[in-house]
Design a protein around this ligand. Structure first.
Ligand code: PLP
Length: 460
């Protein structure tokens, strides 16, 4: 059951009746004027959000909802963290904007904090407005560094909605955007549950996926390939944690052929997997890391590319031909400084690791014991997916690849009606709460999922 705020006040202190009335106007204006992403405009009914705090948001009727989506896996530090809100307010009072060619304290400090947390010698940071343009620039850097054009990325991936980024993407969102001249070639990454290589165990999957990648490179022509772009743990495509040895093998292949290794950490970075970066789980140092979202929990748009000394040296005495008016925007970078500092001080990355290994992971696996509609549970930290199937033996998904289904729609609607906002994609429900989530909140979410999954079971 949804819980309506009993004291009739939102966390902002606003009376609920007034907020509800405002919410109705907001919804009407949205439907009249806002053009939404990835949607048929006449077929959507966007939920109005009146307020947010910690792990919760309040919908247009004033119902408190547990945010197991972190708003597109974004608010790693939770909603309305007071230190981040204060940092943005202080920065706004001091200096709202400054062009990227000037040195600015918030930008410099954010770059230092990020460079100190990335592995190896990724010591320089180029700031962007979000994740897609971070990938655009990382690819541009790799092409200029190598003098090569082609880029490899995996099927079952998402890299953003702009031109190169959507072409890198290995999911159905690319299909209507791909004109076949992007220079991107896709390959199969490891995914034992739906193995392309008919593997029986992780070791086989690693070996076969690496052999497939190596063969693809030899067939495409190693000297034509600038970069391999890989989510360290693919997120939107299903949170498939790479098996042991795979990422190290990709690093070795890149070194062998002089290919730039770009790790996309837009979704998996900044604590999400229980480490600062997901690549840290594999002891591998890529040449470039792209990031966004968790860097400042999306409080102000920010992304970027962390750059190794080797790639940075390419542009030491040769101009880098790219830039953005808002690169390193003071409000966004001040929010990043406050976010990273609070994550460190409040041991939020450690919280994500502990919650994942002790509560969320075991809890979801426990649901799989009770619900035959769960085909597989995968994840790390506060980055988990459950894959729903119509038949465990055949692994037939509860919604086809690239589509929704009445059964999945029913499950998602039941989650929302029960006070849980999930992140859902095709036949999967992702449990991706903020890294600050408490044990009690996770147990609340698991209990809701437990009741809702009866619906999925009935659809088998
Ligand atoms: N890369 C990954 C792995 C993502 O998950 C996303 C967004 O979800 C992007 C890139 C694109 O980021 P943005 O939406 O900020 O452009």
């Amino acid at each position: 059951m949804t819980t309506t705020v009993s004291q009739e006040l939102l966390p902002t202190g606003q009376p609920l009746d007034a907020a509800r009335a405002e919410g109705e106007r907001t919804y009407a204006l949205d439907r009249a004027h806002v053009f939404h992403s990835w949607s048929a405009q006449e077929q959507i009914t966007p939920m109005t959000i009146l307020a947010s705090e910690g792990s919760y948001v309040w919908d247009g009727a004033g119902n408190r909802m547990l945010d197991f989506s972190s708003q597109l896996v974004n608010t790693n530090i939770g909603h309305q963290h007071p230190k981040v809100v204060a940092a943005i307010q202080d920065q706004a009072a001091k200096l709202c904007t400054i062009a990227p060619q000037y040195a600015n304290d918030a930008r410099s400090e954010a770059a230092r904090l990020i460079a100190e947390r990335t592995p190896g010698d990724l010591n320089k940071v180029f700031f962007t407005n979000g994740g897609a343009d971070a990938n655009e620039h990382a690819v541009r850097m790799a092409r200029l560094h190598t003098g090569r054009y082609k880029v490899l990325s995996r099927y079952r991936s998402y890299h953003g909605g702009t031109d190169t980024a959507i072409n890198l993407t290995g999911d159905p969102r690319r299909w209507p955007n791909d004109y076949g001249n992007s220079g991107v070639v896709h390959f199969h990454g490891p995914f034992l549950y739906r193995s392309q290589f008919h593997s029986e165990n992780e070791q086989q999957e690693t070996e076969r996926a690496l052999e497939h990648l190596d063969q693809l490179i030899r067939l495409e022509g190693p000297n034509s390939i600038a970069a391999i772009v890989l989510e360290s743990v693919p997120g939107t495509a299903g949170i498939m944690v790479p098996p042991p040895g795979y990422m190290a093998g990709v690093r070795e292949i890149c070194d062998r052929y002089g290919i730039v290794f770009i790790a996309d950490e837009v979704m998996s970075g900044f604590g999400r997997t229980g480490k600062w970066f997901a690549i840290d789980h594999f002891g591998v140092v890529p040449d470039l890391i792209t990031f966004a979202k968790g860097v400042n929990s999306g409080y102000v748009p920010l992304g970027g590319v962390a750059i190794s000394e080797k790639i940075a040296a390419t542009f030491a005495n040769r101009p880098y031909p790219g830039g953005l008016t808002y690169s390193g925007h003071p409000l966004a970078t001040a929010a990043a400084v406050a976010t990273i500092t609070a994550m460190e001080d409040e041991r939020i990355v450690e919280n994500a690791a502990r919650i994942g290994s002790e509560i969320l992971g075991p809890g979801l696996r426990g649901l799989a014991d009770r619900h035959p509609s769960i085909g597989e549970v995968r994840g790390l930290g506060v980055f988990w997916a459950i894959e729903l199937v119509a038949d465990r033996a055949t692994k037939e998904p509860l919604a086809p690849y690239g589509a929704s289904s009445p059964a999945m729609n029913e499950v998602i609607a039941a989650c929302k009606a029960s006070g849980l906002l999930p992140f859902a994609n095709f036949n999967r429900i992702h449990a991706v709460p903020p890294c600050t989530v408490t044990e009690a909140e996770v147990r609340e979410g698991l209990a809701i999922l437990d009741s809702v999954l009866d619906i999925a079971d009935a659809h088998r």
